[in-house]
Design a protein around this ligand. Structure first.
Ligand code: HEM
Length: 401
């Protein structure tokens, strides 16, 4: 292994060539790709300007718990020079909590219930349409429309604007042309601008109120939110929810397609869907997050210095054999399955966790009620990707009708 200029001179820890973006193994399976590093509890990699990697559930959770020593400001790997901070995820306490409360209050109230119900309705509609066809491409035909239903409900997009909104949301993550992605980001921001202007002029449109209306009517430290704060939060909510649900649903179905015994179980016992959702999220924790160390400290018995970055690959936590016996197998009865870190842990734990888990649960229940047995057609090559969020390009499925 080649230590280079990004490696601290007096490093007293193992050094490994680890790169979660470009490692060829992530093209085959982003969840097992890093199992070969498990022998080390903690190591340094000189890749991507240098950073630490933790491999154990308990150590990853301990870092997430301590927001004073491990900050969320400028944690990106590789580092990017971006002056704007996403609210609330790139803020530390106490500022962080003031903004986060606005989101949890909204999603834990009637709006959260209404959004989950909209996703459920879309799920039923999609399954009814797809089941008689005998085949589909699950990512585009099922997972992405479900996520669009979530976004459309979150922003209460008027019916006639839905096709445009769905296209922009798709471009934001899928477009390979950076100019097109940039345009999509600006389109989302100007959508929020317009929604705020409309709310200020005419008040709320619906009964539960959209996210933007909720934020526009909220106060922080006795003052209304500034327009740029509102746009920033809405943009983060879009980015945070846009691909995560798609990939979590898609990877769950990829696993099930290879495990007919679990398909049969879900078809025979719809009540197991919630437990299955937790267990499949443990197995497919799609997000990797990072922290930057604020003061010299010790992690997993190793000295780490102020300013250094730590990657928390949540799928390493989800498949840590020290925490989950037989970690690579789904066991819907596993008693600690709900302890998974797919949504992070502590102060920044995902505010959309409830809505997302509910969406996956409904997807598992409705799908298996209508399509109890299915498989990936022989010879199909599945292409996956790593980085900050694992991805699955396509998932063709076939079943008999
Ligand atoms: C299965 C789908 C999802 C996964 C796997 C996921 C994962 C995560 C993770 C790991 C974090 C922690 C980030 C950190 O600690 O640095 C997070 C935070 C967050 N997520 Fe999600 N997420 C999902 C869906 C959603 C949805 C649907 C929404 C919006 C409705 C959302 C909104 C957010 C926000 C706003 C934060 C920042 C919270 C904070 O900083 O306090 N996520 N998510």
């Amino acid at each position: 292994v080649s230590a280079n200029s990004t490696t601290p001179a007096d490093l007293d820890a193992p050094v490994r060539d680890f790169n979660h973006h470009s490692d060829p193994a992530v093209r085959v399976d982003p969840f097992t790709a890093f199992d070969r590093f498990r022998d080390e509890r903690v190591f340094w990699t000189p890749e991507l300007d240098g950073f630490w990697v933790l491999t154990r559930y308990a150590d990853i959770r301990a870092v997430l718990r301590d927001t004073e020593t491990f900050s969320n400001q400028s944690t990106s790997i590789p580092p990017i020079d971006w002056s704007r901070r996403l609210i609330p995820v790139e803020l530390d306490p106490p500022d962080h909590g003031r903004y986060r409360t606005l989101l949890t209050r909204y999603l834990n109230g009637p709006a959260g219930t209404a959004i989950a119900a909209a996703v459920d309705r879309e799920c039923v509609r999609l399954v009814e349409r797809l089941a008689p066809a005998g085949e589909c491409e699950l990512v585009a035909d099922f997972a992405r429309p479900l996520q669009n239903a979530l976004l459309i409900a979150l922003f209460d997009v008027p019916d006639d604007e839905v096709p445009d909104f769905a296209r922009v949301a798709g471009d934001l993550v899928q477009a390979s042309d950076p100019a097109r992605r940039g345009r999509a980001a600006r389109d989302i921001m100007s959508y929020v601008d317009r929604a705020v202007a409309e709310y200020r002029a005419h008040g709320a449109r619906g009964e539960t109120g959209s996210l933007v209306e909720h934020l526009a009517g909220s106060e922080i430290e006795g003052r209304p939110l500034h327009q740029e704060e509102l746009v920033n939060i809405s943009f983060l909510m879009t980015m945070a929810s846009i691909e995560t649900l798609v990939t979590s649903v898609s990877f769950s179905f990829r696993y099930l397609a290879d495990h007919p015994e679990h398909q049969r179980r879900l078809a025979a016992d719809p009540g197991v869907a919630a437990a299955a959702a937790d267990e499949l999220l443990r197995l497919h924790s799609v997000v990797s997050i990072s922290r930057v160390v604020t003061r010299d400290t010790e992690v997993a018995g190793t000295r780490i210095r102020a300013g250094e970055r730590i990657l928390l690959c949540l799928s390493l936590a989800g498949r840590d054999p020290h925490h989950y016996p037989d970690p690579a197998s789904a066991d819907f009865e596993r008693d600690n399955r709900a302890s998974h870190l797919a949504f992070g842990f502590g102060a920044h734990r995902c505010v959309g966790a409830k809505v997302a888990t509910s969406g996956l649960t409904t997807a598992l229940r409705e799908w298996h009620a209508a399509v109890p047995e299915y498989a990936v057609p022989a010879g199909t090559v599945l292409v996956t990707g790593g980085g900050a969020a694992a991805s699955l390009e396509r998932l063709p499925l076939r079943w008999s009708v």
